[in-house]
Design a protein around this ligand. Sequence first.
Ligand SMILES: [Zn+2]
Length: 51
Amino acid sequence: MAKKLCKLAKKGKLDEIAALALNARFICAKCGRTAAWSENLCKPRKIKVEG
Ligand SMILES: [Zn+2]
């Protein structure tokens, strides 16, 4: 099962958070964290990329 950034943050797993946040394409609508994969967020929303 995929790790949720939202949970990692509570545990202070900054290294894992940083790795998952690289090239972020999704943002969590609930906690505002970003991740490259929607499965790592509890309420993922795709980040709109301009240009
Ligand atoms: Zn979240």
